[in-house]
Design a binder for this molecule. Structure first.
Ligand code: BTN
Length: 265
């Protein structure tokens, strides 16, 4: 599998020499974090055939059956403060949408902030994790983890997500995980190169891909649920919302449900 992915990358691709392939692992993000702590360089990429403990945002799991999806994490080492990286998940979402479009001609939308969606169903997700140096307060490393459903049929999803999940195969495209992995590596390396120099166009693309804008939403926090309409994205990826009482607010974390999506009526 590793040989196949390498053969699909442009010859001499700078990240090709730091590619780790694992048949099965609990989570490629956890594995990549361990490699980063041992000093692995930027561009080190971990790809697994299956994950037994794939992780998503807000403590959720990411179902990762063998051979059916892409489960990939990359180590980045930007020389910056944590607050300069608030747009990283958005940039990774745009890179992932670019990769899916390059291999299938379908461009997924992005449900704020980290879900890739096709026809209102979840195609994949992004989990970004940061480590900060206690000495400097600067970013030590970032892990960008991406999971994309390629060859699943409805039967491959557990009952609780089969009504909200999809795969490229279910949309009529038989794309191998190796092919999409190679394209993701290419797109993520370009994203890393332009992360700061082209932040404005990257965020403009995120806004255009973001299916949450213009929708009625609920903002769920441990304390309450508030309702409003999503109206835009700020320069750091925050979701600008007009609440039902007319006040404006920028949401930067937590869960946002879209009316009419993932079973929310
Ligand atoms: C989400 O749905 O909230 C994000 C899902 C992210 C899943 C990917 S699969 C590769 C990497 N390893 C993980 O454990 N999670 C990410």
């Amino acid at each position: 599998m590793k040989t196949e992915i390498l053969s699909l990358l442009p010859p001499g691709h700078p990240w090709g020499q730091h590619l780790h392939w694992l048949d099965t692992i609990d989570s490629t993000n956890t594995y990549a974090k361990a490699l980063a702590r041992q000093g692995a360089p930027a561009g080190t990429t971990v790809i697994a055939g299956a994950q037994t403990g794939g992780r998503g945002r807000l403590g959720r799991s990411f179902v990762s059956p063998a051979g059916l999806g892409v489960y990939l994490s990359v180590i980045l080492r930007p020389d910056c403060r944590p607050e300069d990286l608030l747009h990283l998940t958005c940039a990774a979402g745009v890179a992932a949408a670019d990769a899916v479009q390059a291999v299938s001609s379908l461009r997924p939308g992005i449900k704020w902030t980290n879900d890739l969606v096709l026809n209102k169903r979840k195609l994949g997700g992004i989990l970004t994790e940061l480590a900060i140096s206690p000495q400097t307060g600067l970013v030590d490393f970032a892990i960008v983890g991406i999971g994309i459903n390629c060859r699943q049929t409805l039967r491959d999803f557990p009952a609780d997500i089969s009504s909200i999940a999809c795969s490229l195969a279910m949309e009529g495209f038989d794309i191998s995980p190796a092919h999409l992995s190679a394209e993701l590596i290419r797109q993520l390396q370009q994203m890393n190169d332009r992360l700061f120099s082209e932040k404005i166009p990257i965020m403009a693309q995120f806004s255009s891909d973001c299916v949450t804008i213009g929708c009625d939403i609920s903002i769920l926090s441990p304390l309450d649920v508030r309702h409003g309409r999503a109206v835009g994205i700020d320069e750091n990826g925050g979701l600008e919302v007009v609440l039902t009482d007319g006040t404006r607010e920028t949401v930067t974390s937590g869960e946002v449900s879209i009316r009419g999506m993932y079973g929310y009526l």
